[in-house]
Design a protein around this ligand. Structure first.
Ligand code: UDP
Ligand code: MG
Length: 426
C-alpha cells in the first residue's frame, strides 16, 4: 500500500498565517502528499498568497465563491472538507486550518506509526496552542496532550492533530450519509462531531510528540464566538475580519466614523463574519445611540436613544442609572440641536421607574438583566462582559419593574448547543 497523504487545508482571510500553513506542508520531510487548498472566498490579500503556490502541481486549489448571505447556512470548513474528500487520491487523510502549522516531521512520524501497527486506523498527536493578543503578540501557550488510546476523542483532539486511513471514510458515509456533519450548529466543534463518527469504528492511537502548532487569534472563530448570544446586543460596537467598526441597531449595522475612536476603542466586540453579515449595512451614524453627550453652552447632559436625545433631568437620575461623568462626550451645540428630543430621563426617590434608559444593567433578585428596547432581558454575566457592559448593575426589586415585559435572554449560544449534544468524552 502507498503512503500518499491527502491534506485538506481550509482558508478564510488569514493571509499571513495561511502562508505559514502552506509552507509547513511544502516543507514536510515526507514528500508524497497532495494539498487541497480550500478557500472560502477570502479577501484579495489571501488570494495573492494562494496564487504564489499554484505552480506546485501537488496543490489543488478551490474557491467556494460563497456569498456573505449564504455563509451562516453550514459549518463552512466542514462543507469545504466534504467537497475536497470527494476528490482525494491519498491513502491517508489529514486536516489543516489556516492558523496552524505542521511540524516538519509530522507526516513521516504519523506514517511510521501506521507502518508499525497495521491495525491502527486513526492517530493523533500532541499540539502546541499559542494565544495571540490584539497586537499580534504571543500572549500565552500550552500543550494539548496525547494521554492514551481514545475511544471518545471528541472535544479532546484538535482538527489539525489527526491522521486517518482513507478507507474509514466510506464506512462513515455509509452509516451517516455524509463524511463531516456540516450542520451550522456544529460550527464550533465540527471536528469533534467527525471524531465521534470515526470513533464508532476505531479508537485514536496516541503519538506522544508535538507535531503541530495552532495559533488562536482574537478573530478566530472560537474566540470570536465565545459567549455570543444568537441575537447581538443593540448599541454595541462590532467589527469583523475587515476591521471596520459598526454600531448595531435592530438588524442593521451602521458604520461609525473615526471621530468616535476614543469611544469604541477597547470596547469593540469582534464578531465572526458569518454572524455579522446577517446584519445589513445602514447609513453611517452622526452620534451613536446610548452615548452620553453634552453641548458647550448648557450644563444639560443627554442620553442618545433611538436617534433622539433624552435629557437627564437631575443628578439623582444620573447617579441612579449609573451614568459616569467620564463617559460624557462633548459635541457641538448645533449638532446637539439637530437631534430631536426624546422623553427625558427622570427618577423619583420612590424608586418607581418610568421610561428608564436603555442598555442599562439591573440586578433583580439575584439575576442580571439588560433593559433594552422597552424590555428587561435576562443576560448571562459572561455575555455582558463580552459586550463591554461594565456598568455596575442597578439593584431593584421585581415589584418595581412588573409593568415591563421580560424579553428573550442573552445567553451564550454554543454553551446551550454543547449541553444538548450527547457525545461521550473519555
Ligand atoms: N473558515 C471557513 N469559512 C469561514 C470562516 C472560517 O472556511 O467563513 C475556516 C477557517 O479558515 C479555518 C476553520 O474554518 O480553517 C476554523 O476557523 P478559525 O480558525 O477561525 O476557528 P477556530 O480556530 O477558533 O476554531
Ligand atoms: Mg483556528
Amino acid at each position: 500500500m502507498g503512503e500518499k497523504v491527502s491534506i485538506i487545508l481550509t482558508s478564510y482571510n488569514k493571509p499571513s498565517y495561511l502562508q505559514k500553513a502552506i509552507e509547513s506542508v511544502v516543507n514536510q520531510t515526507h514528500a508524497d502528499w497532495e494539498l487541497f487548498l480550500m478557500d472560502d472566498h477570502s479577501n484579495e490579500e489571501t488570494s495573492a498568497v494562494i496564487q504564489t503556490y499554484l505552480h506546485d502541481t501537488r496543490i489543488q486549489y478551490y474557491n467556494s465563491f460563497i456569498q456573505h448571505s449564504e455563509r451562516m447556512k453550514t459549518a463552512r470548513y466542514a462543507t469545504l472538507i466534504n467537497h475536497a474528500l470527494s476528490f482525494i487520491t491519498g491513502d491517508y487523510v489529514s486536516y489543516l486550518t489556516d492558523d496552524t502549522i505542521y511540524h516538519h516531521e509530522r507526516l513521516s512520524r504519523m506514517l511510521q506509526v501506521f507502518r508499525n501497527d497495521p491495525a491502527a486506523q486513526a492517530v493523533y498527536s500532541m499540539q502546541k496552542v499559542v494565544h495571540i493578543n490584539e497586537r499580534g503578540e504571543e500572549a500565552l501557550h500550552f500543550y494539548r496532550q496525547a494521554p492514551g488510546v481514545l475511544n471518545n476523542a471528541a472535544f479532546q483532539v484538535d482538527h489539525c492533530s489527526v491522521m486517518h486511513r482513507r478507507e474509514l471514510l466510506e464506512k462513515v458515509k455509509l452509516q451517516y450519509e455524509s463524511y463531516w456533519d456540516d450542520h451550522v450548529m456544529h460550527w464550533n466543534h465540527g471536528d469533534s462531531i467527525f471524531w465521534s463518527r470515526l470513533n464508532t469504528f476505531v479508537p485514536f492511537m496516541p503519538i506522544n510528540e508535538v507535531l503541530d502548532t495552532t495559533y488562536k487569534t482574537p478573530d478566530s472563530f472560537q474566540n470570536a464566538n465565545q459567549c455570543l448570544p444568537d441575537v447581538l446586543i443593540d448599541g454595541s460596537f462590532v467589527k469583523g475580519t475587515d476591521q471596520k467598526v459598526y454600531v448595531l441597531d435592530q438588524d442593521t449595522r451602521h458604520p461609525v466614523g473615526e471621530r468616535w475612536h476614543s469611544v469604541y476603542s477597547g470596547r469593540t466586540v469582534i464578531i465572526p463574519d458569518p454572524y455579522l453579515f446577517q446584519y445589513q449595512i445602514g447609513k453611517s451614524v452622526h452620534i451613536p445611540n446610548y452615548m452620553l453627550v453634552k453641548g458647550p453652552d448648557q450644563p444639560d447632559v443627554f442620553y442618545i436613544e433611538g436617534g433622539r436625545k433624552r435629557r437627564i433631568e437631575n443628578q439623582y437620575a444620573f447617579h441612579f442609572y449609573q451614568f459616569k461623568r467620564k463617559d460624557i462626550f462633548a459635541v457641538h451645540q448645533d449638532e446637539l440641536e439637530s437631534v430631536p428630543d426624546g422623553q427625558p430621563i427622570s427618577q423619583g426617590r420612590s424608586g418607581l421607574m418610568i421610561n428608564p434608559p436603555g442598555r442599562r444593567l439591573f440586578l433583580i433578585g439575584r439575576e442580571l438583566f439588560l433593559f433594552l428596547n422597552g424590555m428587561f432581558h435576562p443576560i448571562d454575566t459572561k455575555v455582558a462582559k463580552r459586550f463591554f457592559l461594565h456598568q455596575k448593575p442597578i439593584a431593584i426589586s421585581f415589584r418595581k419593574i412588573k409593568q415591563f415585559p421580560i424579553g428573550k435572554p442573552f445567553r451564550p449560544l454554543y454553551d446551550e448547543i454543547i449541553k444538548k449534544l450527547s457525545i461521550k468524552i473519555d
